[in-house]
Design a protein around this ligand. Structure first.
Ligand code: CU
Length: 153
């Protein structure tokens, strides 16, 4: 048993050594924001985050709204409840974390622009370890693409 433990400990130690590890990075894919009617008080944005090492989405900011928050949504006693994740969102190494309608999402509160399909929302994502990233999330209607065919012809 002893040699096995030794190998395990060595592997762990190597994983923590900064010299042998690639810099922390988070891949951001599939970002979009839900189109909202003129005068909407808030809007939802969604994306998929994959961290190369254990990390955390700490905060989000946008010049397109008064503020932006990281939210979760869950069912409590049959009621959908939304709450702000004040400590951010955990991003386990190598695991794609998808923020989507009905689950974790980004909320932009007090939009300063109309959230119309075809536009885009700039979002700056701040992580605990990885460098911050600014992306442009296209605004789309929430309807699934397959559903849009019904009204077409
Ligand atoms: Cu929300």
């Amino acid at each position: 048993m002893k040699p096995l433990f030794a190998v395990f400990a060595l592997t762990l130690a190597a994983g923590c050594a900064p010299a042998t590890q690639a810099p922390a990075a988070v891949a951001v894919t599939g970002a979009w924001c839900r189109a909202a009617p003129v005068g909407a008080l808030a809007g939802g944005c969604y994306l998929t985050l994959t961290a190369s090492a254990d990390d955390r989405l700490v905060s989000v900011a946008t010049p397109a709204a008064k503020r932006a928050e990281i939210h979760s949504m869950d069912m409590t006693g049959g009621v959908m409840r939304m709450r702000q994740l004040k400590d951010g969102l955990a991003l386990p190494a190598g695991k794609a974390v998808t923020l989507k309608p009905g689950a974790e999402h980004l909320m932009i509160i007090g939009p300063k622009q109309v959230l119309a399909a075809g536009g885009a929302v700039p979002l700056t994502l701040t992580f605990k370890k990885a460098p911050p990233q600014t992306i442009s999330a296209p605004i789309r209607d929430a309807a699934a693409p397959a559903m849009q065919h019904h009204g077409g012809h």
